[in-house]
Design a binder for this molecule. Structure first.
Ligand code: GRF
Length: 217
Protein backbone atom coordinates (compact mmCIF):
# COMPACT_ATOMS: atom_id res chain seq x y z
CA UNK A 1 0.00 0.00 0.00
CA UNK A 2 1.57 3.29 -1.01
CA UNK A 3 0.71 6.75 -2.16
CA UNK A 4 2.45 10.09 -2.18
CA UNK A 5 1.06 11.03 1.24
CA UNK A 6 2.55 11.69 4.66
CA UNK A 7 4.81 8.76 5.47
CA UNK A 8 3.45 7.21 8.64
CA UNK A 9 4.67 4.48 10.95
CA UNK A 10 2.13 2.81 13.23
CA UNK A 11 3.53 1.33 16.44
CA UNK A 12 1.69 -1.55 18.08
CA UNK A 13 2.09 -4.23 20.71
CA UNK A 14 -1.07 -6.25 20.30
CA UNK A 15 -4.29 -6.88 18.46
CA UNK A 16 -4.16 -3.76 16.32
CA UNK A 17 -7.85 -2.97 15.92
CA UNK A 18 -6.92 0.71 15.68
CA UNK A 19 -4.33 -0.16 13.05
CA UNK A 20 -7.10 -1.98 11.17
CA UNK A 21 -9.22 1.16 11.20
CA UNK A 22 -6.36 3.02 9.48
CA UNK A 23 -5.94 0.22 6.94
CA UNK A 24 -9.66 0.21 6.18
CA UNK A 25 -9.86 3.99 5.94
CA UNK A 26 -6.85 4.07 3.62
CA UNK A 27 -8.32 1.37 1.43
CA UNK A 28 -11.45 3.49 1.07
CA UNK A 29 -9.19 6.19 -0.42
CA UNK A 30 -9.02 9.86 0.37
CA UNK A 31 -6.51 9.69 3.23
CA UNK A 32 -3.42 11.85 3.12
CA UNK A 33 -1.63 9.21 5.16
CA UNK A 34 0.77 6.78 3.57
CA UNK A 35 0.90 3.72 5.83
CA UNK A 36 4.58 3.02 5.29
CA UNK A 37 5.41 0.75 8.19
CA UNK A 38 3.92 -1.15 11.11
CA UNK A 39 6.33 -1.67 13.98
CA UNK A 40 5.84 -3.98 16.96
CA UNK A 41 7.90 -4.73 20.05
CA UNK A 42 6.18 -8.12 20.21
CA UNK A 43 6.59 -10.67 17.40
CA UNK A 44 3.28 -12.36 18.26
CA UNK A 45 1.25 -9.14 17.94
CA UNK A 46 -1.73 -9.86 15.70
CA UNK A 47 -1.43 -6.37 14.25
CA UNK A 48 1.65 -7.58 12.33
CA UNK A 49 -0.59 -10.08 10.53
CA UNK A 50 -3.09 -7.34 9.77
CA UNK A 51 -0.27 -5.27 8.26
CA UNK A 52 1.06 -8.16 6.17
CA UNK A 53 -2.47 -8.87 4.90
CA UNK A 54 -2.62 -5.25 3.75
CA UNK A 55 0.84 -5.44 2.11
CA UNK A 56 2.35 -2.92 4.54
CA UNK A 57 6.01 -3.29 5.54
CA UNK A 58 6.56 -4.57 9.07
CA UNK A 59 9.41 -4.50 11.55
CA UNK A 60 9.81 -5.95 15.02
CA UNK A 61 12.38 -5.41 17.75
CA UNK A 62 11.84 -7.00 21.16
CA UNK A 63 12.48 -4.70 24.09
CA UNK A 64 13.65 -7.59 26.30
CA UNK A 65 16.84 -7.71 24.23
CA UNK A 66 18.00 -4.29 25.53
CA UNK A 67 19.45 -3.25 28.86
CA UNK A 68 17.86 0.17 29.04
CA UNK A 69 14.77 1.93 27.78
CA UNK A 70 16.80 4.42 25.78
CA UNK A 71 18.94 1.73 24.14
CA UNK A 72 15.78 0.03 22.93
CA UNK A 73 14.30 3.33 21.78
CA UNK A 74 17.44 4.20 19.82
CA UNK A 75 17.31 0.83 18.06
CA UNK A 76 13.62 1.37 17.26
CA UNK A 77 14.29 4.84 15.87
CA UNK A 78 17.18 3.56 13.74
CA UNK A 79 14.81 0.98 12.26
CA UNK A 80 11.90 3.40 11.79
CA UNK A 81 14.13 6.01 10.20
CA UNK A 82 14.95 3.60 7.36
CA UNK A 83 11.39 4.46 6.21
CA UNK A 84 11.84 8.21 6.92
CA UNK A 85 8.49 8.55 8.71
CA UNK A 86 6.97 12.01 9.02
CA UNK A 87 4.41 10.85 11.58
CA UNK A 88 4.38 8.16 14.28
CA UNK A 89 1.01 6.79 15.35
CA UNK A 90 1.02 4.88 18.64
CA UNK A 91 -1.82 2.38 18.53
CA UNK A 92 -1.67 0.18 21.59
CA UNK A 93 2.13 0.44 21.80
CA UNK A 94 2.66 -0.67 25.39
CA UNK A 95 5.96 1.05 26.04
CA UNK A 96 6.81 4.19 27.95
CA UNK A 97 8.95 6.29 25.62
CA UNK A 98 12.29 7.74 26.70
CA UNK A 99 12.79 11.51 26.59
CA UNK A 100 15.36 10.87 23.85
CA UNK A 101 12.78 9.18 21.62
CA UNK A 102 10.14 11.86 22.21
CA UNK A 103 12.71 14.54 21.38
CA UNK A 104 13.85 12.72 18.25
CA UNK A 105 10.29 12.87 16.86
CA UNK A 106 9.19 16.05 18.60
CA UNK A 107 5.69 17.14 17.57
CA UNK A 108 5.31 14.13 15.28
CA UNK A 109 4.00 11.41 17.62
CA UNK A 110 0.30 10.82 18.22
CA UNK A 111 -1.24 8.52 20.82
CA UNK A 112 -4.76 7.41 21.63
CA UNK A 113 -5.71 6.83 25.24
CA UNK A 114 -8.95 5.13 26.30
CA UNK A 115 -10.22 7.86 28.63
CA UNK A 116 -11.31 11.47 28.57
CA UNK A 117 -7.91 12.88 29.49
CA UNK A 118 -6.79 14.41 31.78
CA UNK A 119 -9.00 11.95 33.67
CA UNK A 120 -7.71 8.41 34.07
CA UNK A 121 -4.17 8.37 32.80
CA UNK A 122 -2.55 4.94 32.97
CA UNK A 123 -4.15 1.50 32.86
CA UNK A 124 -7.55 -0.08 33.58
CA UNK A 125 -9.47 3.01 32.60
CA UNK A 126 -12.78 1.24 31.92
CA UNK A 127 -12.85 -0.44 35.32
CA UNK A 128 -11.99 2.84 37.05
CA UNK A 129 -14.69 4.75 35.19
CA UNK A 130 -17.30 2.15 36.20
CA UNK A 131 -16.10 2.12 39.82
CA UNK A 132 -16.34 5.90 39.98
CA UNK A 133 -19.85 5.85 38.53
CA UNK A 134 -18.97 8.43 35.89
CA UNK A 135 -21.66 9.56 33.47
CA UNK A 136 -19.26 9.93 30.51
CA UNK A 137 -16.29 8.01 29.17
CA UNK A 138 -14.43 7.93 25.88
CA UNK A 139 -11.05 8.23 24.26
CA UNK A 140 -8.53 10.97 23.55
CA UNK A 141 -6.11 11.53 20.68
CA UNK A 142 -3.15 13.62 21.83
CA UNK A 143 0.38 14.62 20.93
CA UNK A 144 3.02 12.71 22.84
CA UNK A 145 5.33 14.51 25.23
CA UNK A 146 7.58 13.21 27.97
CA UNK A 147 4.62 13.23 30.37
CA UNK A 148 2.77 9.89 30.15
CA UNK A 149 -0.71 10.45 28.68
CA UNK A 150 -0.15 14.15 29.36
CA UNK A 151 0.56 15.70 25.96
CA UNK A 152 -1.63 18.33 24.31
CA UNK A 153 -5.09 16.94 23.54
CA UNK A 154 -6.51 17.09 20.03
CA UNK A 155 -9.75 15.14 19.67
CA UNK A 156 -12.00 13.27 22.08
CA UNK A 157 -14.78 10.81 21.33
CA UNK A 158 -17.28 10.79 24.19
CA UNK A 159 -19.99 8.28 25.09
CA UNK A 160 -22.48 7.95 27.92
CA UNK A 161 -21.44 5.04 30.12
CA UNK A 162 -25.00 3.83 30.79
CA UNK A 163 -26.41 1.30 30.34
CA UNK A 164 -23.09 -0.57 30.27
CA UNK A 165 -21.87 -2.03 33.57
CA UNK A 166 -19.33 -4.52 32.24
CA UNK A 167 -15.74 -3.27 31.64
CA UNK A 168 -15.29 -5.47 28.56
CA UNK A 169 -18.46 -4.14 26.98
CA UNK A 170 -17.43 -0.60 27.82
CA UNK A 171 -14.01 -1.21 26.26
CA UNK A 172 -15.64 -2.48 23.08
CA UNK A 173 -17.82 0.63 22.86
CA UNK A 174 -14.82 2.91 23.45
CA UNK A 175 -12.81 1.07 20.81
CA UNK A 176 -15.55 1.67 18.24
CA UNK A 177 -15.18 5.36 19.00
CA UNK A 178 -11.39 5.14 18.70
CA UNK A 179 -11.69 3.60 15.26
CA UNK A 180 -13.63 6.68 14.17
CA UNK A 181 -11.61 9.48 15.73
CA UNK A 182 -8.02 8.29 15.43
CA UNK A 183 -7.80 8.18 11.60
CA UNK A 184 -9.52 11.57 11.46
CA UNK A 185 -6.99 13.27 13.74
CA UNK A 186 -4.00 11.57 12.13
CA UNK A 187 -5.21 12.58 8.71
CA UNK A 188 -5.48 16.22 9.84
CA UNK A 189 -1.75 15.97 10.60
CA UNK A 190 -1.06 14.31 7.27
CA UNK A 191 -2.93 17.09 5.48
CA UNK A 192 -0.76 19.67 7.20
CA UNK A 193 -3.74 21.06 9.11
CA UNK A 194 -2.63 19.92 12.58
CA UNK A 195 0.53 20.70 14.48
CA UNK A 196 1.91 21.11 17.99
CA UNK A 197 3.77 24.34 18.81
CA UNK A 198 5.12 25.23 22.24
CA UNK A 199 2.65 22.90 23.92
CA UNK A 200 -0.33 24.22 21.96
CA UNK A 201 -2.40 22.38 19.39
CA UNK A 202 -2.94 24.27 16.16
CA UNK A 203 -5.70 23.17 13.81
CA UNK A 204 -6.16 25.13 10.61
CA UNK A 205 -3.94 27.85 12.11
CA UNK A 206 -6.20 28.26 15.15
CA UNK A 207 -4.97 27.43 18.65
CA UNK A 208 -7.32 24.95 20.32
CA UNK A 209 -8.36 26.02 23.82
CA UNK A 210 -9.11 22.36 24.54
CA UNK A 211 -9.71 19.16 22.65
CA UNK A 212 -12.47 18.97 20.06
CA UNK A 213 -15.19 16.74 21.53
CA UNK A 214 -17.36 14.50 19.39
CA UNK A 215 -20.30 12.72 21.00
CA UNK A 216 -21.15 9.16 20.03
CA UNK A 217 -24.19 7.05 20.89
C1 GRF B 1 -6.66 1.06 22.54
O1 GRF B 1 -7.80 0.96 23.34
C2 GRF B 1 -5.92 2.34 22.82
O2 GRF B 1 -6.71 3.33 23.40
C3 GRF B 1 -4.87 1.93 23.82
O3 GRF B 1 -4.55 0.61 23.48
C4 GRF B 1 -5.65 -0.01 22.84
C5 GRF B 1 -5.12 -0.68 21.60
O4 GRF B 1 -6.06 -1.55 21.04
N1 GRF B 1 -3.77 2.86 23.77
P1 GRF B 1 -5.79 -2.18 19.60
O5 GRF B 1 -4.49 -2.94 19.65
O6 GRF B 1 -5.74 -1.08 18.61
O7 GRF B 1 -6.95 -3.10 19.38
Amino acid sequence: MSNAGCKTAILISGSGTNLQSFIDRSADGGMALDLSLVFSNRPEAYGLTRAKNAAIDTACIEHEDFESREQFDRAVAAKLDEWKPELLVLAGFMRILSPWFVGHYEGRILNIHPALLPAYTGLNTHERVLEAGDEFHGSTVHFVTEELDGGPRILQGRIKVAPTTDPQELMARVQEVEHEIYPIAADWFAQGRLSCRDGDVLLDNERLAGPIVQDFA
